[in-house]
Design a protein around this ligand. Sequence first.
Ligand code: ADP
Ligand code: MG
Length: 278
Amino acid sequence: MKTENDSAVSVEHLTVSYGPVPALLDISFSVEPGQLVGIIGPNGSGKSTLIKAVLGFVKADFGNVKLFGKSAEHAKGAVAYVPQRGAVDWDFPVTVRDVALMGRFSKTPWWRDLSHEDHRLADEALDMVRMTEFADRQIGQLSGGQQQRVFMARAIAQDSELLLLDEPFAGVDAATERAILDVLRKTREAGKTTLVVHHDLATAAEYFDKLVLLKQRLFGYGPPENILQPELLSEVYEGTLRVFANLSPKKDSIASAARHRESHTGISDQSKSSEASK
Ligand code: ADP
Ligand code: MG
């Protein structure tokens, strides 16, 4: 019999409030190791709060989160996190390589210098996000998309079992989108578990094994074809989305999704969403 100890992430009756109204109410789901899971829902639906609760950054009023059978606190070393853009001050004077190496510090006791292996993992991470040629650049001199990739490299360098990404695709250029897709594919190949807050329903079916559909409560959890149902989406998004017709989900590899999608597409653009689901 499966138990919560077999899950990478197990969320049980999670309720989180910042004020009188809960941001998340009675959320329960579990993610098996090795899965790539998208978290979708309208603005303010609690997506970032869910990621923060998984990290143990916000306190649950009720319920709990277990990571690999342990409390978030005890599983800290197993988790890497890339916050939503804008949540980070990029003005501190460090190079791209320094940022990637920061991913190794969390794994290094204070009395030990970074090893050859640490440097190798940081370089490999920069390579994965295609930022090697910028390694000596100050991060303040990069474009937004490039900064996003460097932050991603830092998370990859941690070599954690669980990767949490908050809207990594929001507002990025095509090169960054491809680099992030590459990362998602490789982390899945490596058997890691990844949770990604995602705002673009047109690509959700192509990118993810399962989707969490949120609006304060859990409206659905399962394979994209079960979640991207017009009735369910219109209930959750109400009047905020116009196009549901072309969301015919098709299980496809991330690699081919990257080939098909040269640029970011929005759900309100009918021609592009049908393009993305071909
Ligand atoms: P999403 O990421 O889906 O846009 P959030 O998790 O950021 O949603 O927010 C969920 C709800 O909680 C929103 O109503 C938001 O205004 C509120 N909220 C989020 N963070 C805070 C905070 N630090 N203090 C007070 N309210 C917050
Ligand atoms: Mg958010």
